[in-house]
Design a protein around this ligand. Structure first.
Ligand SMILES: *Cc1c(COP(=O)(O)O)cnc(C)c1O
Length: 370
């Protein structure tokens, strides 16, 4: 059985450190925020190359905090991609604003800057580009549009920790960056956790308040916030894992290179391999996603041979039931809809072996030869 993701293998590498850290935190009885979280935030800020890094409860909450800090709410529109995990748009709705979906470009699956301006109205307040699968959206083009129309940009960097756009890391580009440490992300906790980043001192101050019910001084509430805190245990575990992150990114890149080489030599006409945009310096391959004909049959064929694969994401957000009220219909955002019907994510993690990669690629080859 080849799993889509096998975190057990990663755990084997760090088990001793994690268990020792667990004992230390348990003894300290310091469970929420505190010294581990402060150290974690300093290390994350330095890794990402950003002035402020604020730990929080999840990637979803990071997005909600960012929208709250920018005072986005009822009557406002936020432009985003329909080809992402639900949380990107869900956060916009949760603060009472309306998501406006703009189609993706077909090669990198990120927001198509050429289609953004047509979607801007007097109600538009922000753009949320998602750095999908581990590479940055077209930042130069998005930045120009945001500046021209005075819109804020919140980066959804939940899949892109460590990804680089022209030397700068994801999460340093827009007004606010948001990260998730959901266990399956490139840097994953032992439960839910997230991070908000910004180079803006005033926004950082607001975000710190929002994390604890809008208060700076306990029991005095200046603005509306929530419980968006991160646990000391998560911060401590993430600090351990952060030290391995660069080597894990390298491992993922090697797996991706091996897949791409195989498909380009053996199945060039059939499999569309993931491309790295010319403006990006580093893809971190959160997912390795191919586009193929007869996708569902291939997926079943692989499953019959004990090889997992996934579809990220099968239903673009403009066609989700909960967004029926927004009035989108099939055909409105064709690039996203086509991608949803033909993409397939293959297993990718640093510990995936050559033998397993061979097994996966050979099975795909035999499917298309039969
Ligand atoms: C994982 C993810 C989120 C949400 O993160 P959680 O920590 O699960 O709340 C948001 N956006 C994208 C693109 C993601 O991949």
């Amino acid at each position: 059985m080849i799993k889509q993701l096998d975190l057990g293998r990663q755990y084997e590498q760090i088990k001793t450190e994690i268990l020792a850290k667990f004992a230390e935190i348990a003894e300290s009885q310091y469970f929420i925020l505190g010294p581990e979280v402060s150290k974690f935030e300093d290390e994350m800020a330095s890794y990402i190359g950003v002035k402020h890094a604020i730990g929080c409860s999840s990637g979803t909450d990071a997005l909600i905090m960012a929208l709250m800090a920018l005072e986005i709410g009822p009557g406002h529109e936020v432009i985003t991609t329909p080809f992402t995990f639900f949380a990107t748009a869900g956060a916009i709705s949760r603060v009472g604003a309306t998501p406006v979906f703009v189609d993706i470009e077909p090669n990198f699956y990120n927001l198509d800057p050429q289609k953004i301006e047509a979607a801007i109205t007097p109600k538009t307040r922000a753009i949320i580009p998602v750095h999908l699968y581990g590479q940055c959206a077209n930042w130069a083009a998005i930045k120009t549009i945001a500046e021209t129309h005075r819109l804020a940009v919140i980066e959804d960097a939940c899949q892109a920790i460590g990804a680089k756009w022209q030397g700068q890391q994801a999460g340093t580009l827009g007004n606010i960056g948001t990260f998730s440490f959901f266990p399956s992300k490139n840097l994953g906790g032992f439960g839910d956790a997230g991070l908000v980043t910004t180079n803006d001192d005033a926004l950082a101050k607001t975000l710190h308040k929002i994390r604890v019910h809008g208060s700076e001084r306990r029991y005095y509430h200046d603005i509306m916030g929530g419980n968006f805190r991160i646990d000391a245990l998560q911060a401590a575990f993430l600090r351990i894992k952060l030290r391995y992150l660069e080597s894990w990114h390298e491992g993922r890149n090697k797996v991706a290179a091996a897949y791409t080489e195989f498909f380009e030599t053996k199945l060039n006409e059939v499999v569309k391999t993931p491309k790295i945009a010319p403006f990006n310096d580093r893809h971190v391959f959160h997912q390795y996603v191919i586009e193929v004909p007869r996708r569902d049959d291939l997926r079943q064929y692989l499953a019959d041979r004990q090889i997992s694969s996934e579809i990220y994401y099968p239903v673009p957000l403009h066609l989700q039931n909960c967004y029926e009220g927004l009035g989108y219909k099939v055909g409105d955002l064709p690039v996203s809809e086509n991608a949803a019907n033909s993409i397939l994510a293959l297993p990718i993690y640093p510990e995936l072996t050559h033998v397993e990669i061979d097994e996966i690629t050979t099975a795909i080859l035999s499917f298309y030869q039969s």
